[in-house]
Ligand binder design. Structure first.
Ligand code: GUN
Length: 295
């Protein structure tokens, strides 16, 4: 049995970022505008610190103006809201990203709703959610992870998405729901499966395209994957690896990768699949926001 094609998200993300770097330079040349991204981190969550550092670095590498605001965990909700308000009115800032999760005493939805939809490069504001759901993708800012998954699918399958059975496992606002909207707009037949879905292995087996976004290590068995299916694994789960000694850990996806290789036609690895695409799409959204705010 031939093994699945490994979808190289790192390489695809690199080409996207090169293209954005070129387009940002052209925008600066023609209009004097340098895309500006502000990333806000509240607290010291180690995973969030890594994500924010990577976003900041990527923005600088694309030639953007990048502003990182790191606030202590005990910062009041009012102070976070007032920072967002300041960034909303800063003409040098075109994209605002508030890293989630926020500390428990801050109302996440209140903060996300205050971000100007035109600067909402995460695509989490209800206006952007509504535009995407209504099929008005061209005027929305689309959440970065599902947008990146769609790029990977198109690079892998070309123009053949219409009519395919797509199963999205996970119903989060950040990935599952927007992913389903995007696939529906590509004319896939979309199923959203989740923890209460009956006969989940059989539902997944019927899919031509599987997007796994549950956040639980290797929860999707390799033998659940239909022969030749395309698998996009959004999960990034750190698990201890006792066989490799003290404190060592490794990253795995939501799909049992090794076993899935025997069934899938193509599959993303973890790491090196969806992860790099999320940051690349944040750069795409920031450039898009900067261009739109010009007009
Ligand atoms: N935390 C986990 N994923 C994300 C994301 O895509 N955006 C933000 N802002 N926070 C996150």
């Amino acid at each position: 049995m031939p093994e699945a094609q490994i979808i190289d998200g790192k390489a695809i993300a690199e080409t996207v970022r090169e293209e954005i770097t070129r387009r940002a330079a052209a925008l600066l040349e023609t209009s004097g505008v340098r895309p500006g991204l502000a990333v806000v981190l509240v607290g010291e969550d180690p995973a969030s610190q890594v994500y924010v550092r990577n976003k900041d670095r990527a923005a600088e590498a694309c030639g953007f103006h990048s502003l990182k605001h790191t606030l202590p965990a005990e910062t009041s909700e009012a102070d976070v809201l007032s920072l967002v308000d300041k960034l909303n009115n800063d003409p040098d800032i075109h994209g605002i990203l508030v890293q989630l999760p926020l500390p428990g005493h801050i109302d996440e939805s209140k903060v996300l709703r205050l971000i100007r939809p035109e600067k909402d490069v995460d695509g989490f504001h209800p206006v952007n959610v509504g535009l995407l759901t209504a099929g008005e993708r061209a005027s929305a800012l689309v959440p970065c992870t599902p947008a990146g998954c769609l790029v990977l699918l198109k690079r892998t399958l070309g123009d053949t998405l219409a009519g395919q059975n797509a199963v999205v496992v996970g119903r989060s606002n950040i990935v599952g729901k927007p992913m389903a909207s995007l696939l529906l707009q590509e004319s896939c037949t979309v199923t959203i499966a989740h923890s209460r879905t009956r006969n989940l292995p059989d539902v997944v087996r019927a899919a031509d395209i599987v997007v796994a976004a549950v956040g639980r290590p290797q929860i999707i068995g390799g033998d659940w994957i239909g022969q030749g299916a395309t698998v996009i694994d959004v999960g990034i789960n750190r698990i201890p690896a006792p066989e490799r000694g003290e404190g060592k850990s490794r990253l795995v996806g939501d799909v049992a990768f090794e076993e899935a290789l025997e069934h899938a036609g193509a599959i993303t690895p973890v790491p090196g699949g969806v992860g790099p695409m999320t940051i690349a799409m944040l750069m795409v959204n920031t450039l898009t926001a900067a261009r739109r705010l010009l007009n």
